[in-house]
Design a protein around this ligand. Structure first.
Ligand code: NAD
Length: 496
């Protein structure tokens, strides 16, 4: 069985250490093994990145951008191969994998503009004969730690921009679906990136802790679940590193009585069940305002869900695929059972679906649960599966309070035809990314991505303008060239 290794100093290596099984979630079979990097392997990756930094930092931004241009082309040329790798190990259907890859490529396109992004600020005559300017310098070696659910896109939120800004990078992708990430990193080297500028270590907590505790790592970008995000943020900060740690979510959609119900249902289906609900922006709660709207919503959803198809990643006619592991399948099913036990109504039950030819796959069918209340465990937790819960509220204020009271604040959306209500909602809701009749308001690459509350630890959001700030430090230079021969006096007052 093939063993997936690491990319260190331009070479794929294995270190003979511990390994972990990688599954094909559609069949339930082990397809490969991934090596879990030893401390020595992680240190070798950091040393390689450290050695590559001085030359890369001094490479003109336009030359760094050219590498990114070639990288973008290689990603496009190899898109089908990358999506097949994603499908085999993650389980998402090819059209969904293609969407993820495209959003990743858009971050590479943004990084191609790095000469413009790093231009800095200049003030002539800040004082008599004095000019002052700020420029944005790279930090050094930066680490990225990423989750399983977007093995292509989330790493590309990080390393293209960090590297374009002049940093060198050590990436620790998810050990559950590592192949596409490693291949993408190899494409960047093929595009002309000097060896050592990007290193990839596969691994688990041991690799992560080695990165967090090494003083050569200057900053850490993390995306994953909230408990780990909090741990990463606190540990990185205690070790004097800059850190942005993006965590989990529970994204609510408010459905107002005036919403176009048929369109709302279609939008909700894709946003709740696409990628089996394994998206940090998945809409997992619909808050219907008023019983009439709730009844209409539930009956239309129930009807529409009859046509949904869960199945293997390799059949493009499927709407969504399996969840990532057997354990996760059981966890998701357990939340459906707990909602039922707590008194909610399971309207469409996706537990134990029959998928012909894939009896051992990790499937959960689309599930709809009505009359969920905020005290239920299934409401409080991030289920991360194809489960849409409906909560009934009597007013928009009550619906907004539910969202504000929830521990997560990643994304949210309102379906309405009332502009005033939509504006009030977007102005006041305590969530980082807001959609108005847009179910998955994932910011485009030239904005930045990040939630509020316990969905993000840190000050700066991921990618876009915040990404440039995160991956650079400001230096401000004040310059004066006095005329030779002019004697200058001594002053003890503060310069003004
Ligand atoms: P996870 O937290 O289990 O793992 C994320 C990364 O952390 C992986 O690389 C993993 O190896 C590492 N890790 C796991 N346990 C660790 C530990 N004890 N110590 C140190 N490192 C550890 O997350 P996941 O299951 O891979 O991904 C799903 C989660 O990610 C969901 O909660 C989802 O909402 C979240 N997510 C958030 C965003 C966002 O932008 N906010 C985007 C995608 C996914």
């Amino acid at each position: 069985m093939s063993v997936i290794g690491h990319l260190i100093d331009g070479e794929i290596i294995t270190d003979g250490g511990r390994t972990q099984d990688v599954y094909n979630p559609s069949t339930g079979a082990v397809s490969k093994q991934v090596e879990l990097a030893t401390v020595a392997t992680v240190e070798a990756a950091i040393a390689s990145a450290q050695a590559a930094f001085p030359e890369w930092r001094n490479t003109p931004p336009i030359k760094r951008a050219r590498v990114m241009f070639r990288f973008k082309e290689l990603l496009e040329q190899n898109a089908e191969k990358i999506c097949a790798m994603i499908g085999e190990e993650h389980g998402k259907i090819s059209h969904d994998a293609m969407g993820e890859l495209q959003r990743g490529i858009e971050n590479v396109e943004y990084a191609c503009g790095v000469p413009e992004l790093l231009k800095g600020e200049f003030s002539r005559n800040a004082g008599p004969g004095i000019d002052s300017w700020s420029d944005f310098q790279p930090l050094g070696v930066v680490a990225g730690i990423t989750p399983f659910n977007f093995p292509a896109m989330v790493p590309m939120w990080m390393f293209p921009l960090a590297i374009a800004c002049g940093n060198t990078f050590v990436l620790k992708p998810s050990e559950r679906d590592p192949s596409s990430t490693l291949y993408i990193a190899q494409l960047l080297l093929e595009a002309g990136l000097p060896k050592g500028v990007l290193n990839v270590v596969n691994g688990d907590k041991e690799a992560v802790d080695t990165l967090l505790n090494d003083e050569r790592i200057k900053a850490v970008s993390f995306v994953g679940s909230t408990p780990i995000a909090e741990y990463i943020y606190k540990t990185a900060n205690a070790n004097g590193k800059r850190c942005q740690a993006l965590g989990g979510a529970k994204n609510h959609a408010i459905v107002m009585p005036d919403a176009d119900m048929d369109n709302t249902v279609n939008q909700l289906l894709g946003a709740a069940f696409g990628s089996s609900g394994e998206r940090c922006m998945a809409l997992s709660v619909a808050v219907a305002v008023g019983d009439e709207a709730a009844d209409a919503l539930v009956s239309k959803l129930q009807e529409a869900m009859k046509g949904l198809k869960v199945g293997a990643f390799c059949d493009a006619s499927n709407d969504f695929g399996p969840v990532i592991t057997r354990a996760h399948e059981q966890k998701v099913s357990g939340y459906i059972s707990s909602a039922e036990k707590d008194g909610a109504t399971v309207v469409v039950d996706g537990r134990n679906p029959q998928v012909e030819g894939y009896a051992e796959g990790f499937f959960v069918g689309a599930t709809l649960i009505d009359r969920v209340t905020p005290d239920m465990e299934s409401y409080q937790a991030e289920i991360f599966g194809p489960v849409l819960q409906v909560v009934r509220a009597s007013s928009m204020d009550e619906a907004m309070k539910l969202i504000d009271d929830h521990e997560y604040g990643n994304g949210t959306c309102i379906f309405t035809r009332d502009g005033e209500a939509a504006r009030y909602f977007s102005d006041n809701i305590q969530v980082g990314m807001v959609g108005i009749n847009v179910p998955l308001p994932v910011p485009v690459a030239y904005h930045s991505f990040g939630g509020w509350k316990r969905s993000l630890f840190g000050d700066l959001h991921a990618y876009g303008p915040d990404g440039v700030r995160f991956y650079t430090k400001r230096k401000t230079i004040t310059q004066r060239w006095p005329s030779s021969g002019v004697r200058e006096g001594v002053s003890f007052s503060f310069p003004s």
